[in-house]
Design a protein around this ligand. Structure first.
Ligand SMILES: *[C@@H]1O[C@H](CO)[C@@H](O)[C@H](O)[C@H]1NC(C)=O
Ligand SMILES: *[C@@H]1O[C@H](CO)[C@@H](O)[C@H](O)[C@H]1NC(C)=O
Length: 223
């Protein structure tokens, strides 16, 4: 008898977890009851259905929560992310600095496909940062100004990636805030991007632009 079926998202891996509880009734005839005694009251089946074709999602814990998650964008099949570029409002001499606005990842397919999920709305494009030749991006770290005790919140200020040859790459970002811990690693590299951006709220809002990012790992079968 199926008594319960439920699904929920479990952070930080953002996996969809479904639990099916099958209740084995003790009622019924004697043969059934004897069988049931060998089974502990309930049998719980945990079915893990990963999002995006079973791929892991890597996250960090110091992102901020303004705005909404944008769409998942992924590299073309068989390619993965090897470089990135950011758009930052660098220490703007204005009251309301939004710091890092946009993150762009570049895939290693022939067209050098780029991923942005949700673009920001202001700032200057910084230099492209590349993993050394032959290496790919596998984990990341964010520098974030935590919300709350600042008159000018900026959320994400900078990002740094670890490449598959254990060399890190980073560019010029905003200097405020603190570096958090590195994310888990994608063994076969990063293949998907989602960004959480607070849209421009105008002059009456403490704008923060980019608040958080998360990446989908590549499928091992494709490499
Ligand atoms: C990303 O690709 C699009 C389409 O090819 C292009 O218009 C855009 O300039 C690219 N962005 C960056 C930052 O290179
Ligand atoms: C602001 O918050 C951070 C982290 O929560 C803390 O380390 C820092 O000391 C705080 N700054 C002030 C001025 O309270």
């Amino acid at each position: 008898m199926l008594t319960s079926f439920s699904c929920w998202f479990v952070e930080p891996s953002a996996r969809l977890v479904c639990t099916i509880l099958i209740s084995l009734s003790n009622s019924g005839n004697n043969i059934q009851s004897a069988t049931m005694k060998n089974v502990v009251g309930y049998l719980a089946l945990f079915v893990f259905i990963g999002l995006a074709n079973g791929q892991e999602v890597i996250t960090v814990t110091n992102g901020e929560t303004d705005g909404r998650w944008g769409p998942l964008e992924t590299c073309p099949s068989g390619s993965r992310a090897i470089s990135y570029q950011t758009q930052n409002e660098i220490d703007a001499p204005v009251v309301d600095d939004s710091a890092m606005n946009t993150l762009v990842l570049f895939c290693d397919d022939p067209l050098q496909t780029n991923l942005t999920s949700t673009p920001g709305y202001t700032g200057n494009w910084q230099n492209v940062q590349n993993c050394p030749f032959g290496a790919y991006m596998k984990s990341f770290q964010l520098r974030v100004s935590p919300a709350g005790n600042m008159t000018d919140n900026t959320a994400v200020n900078n990002i740094r990636f670890m490449c598959s040859n254990d060399r890190d790459i980073s560019g010029i970002g905003n200097r405020e805030g603190y570096w958090g811990e590195y994310s888990a690693e994608c063994p076969e590299g990063i293949c998907g991007l989602e960004t959480r951006v607070r849209p421009d709220g105008g002059l009456l809002v403490d704008n923060t632009a980019l608040n958080d990012v998360r990446f989908t790992c590549c499928a091992a079968a494709e490499f």
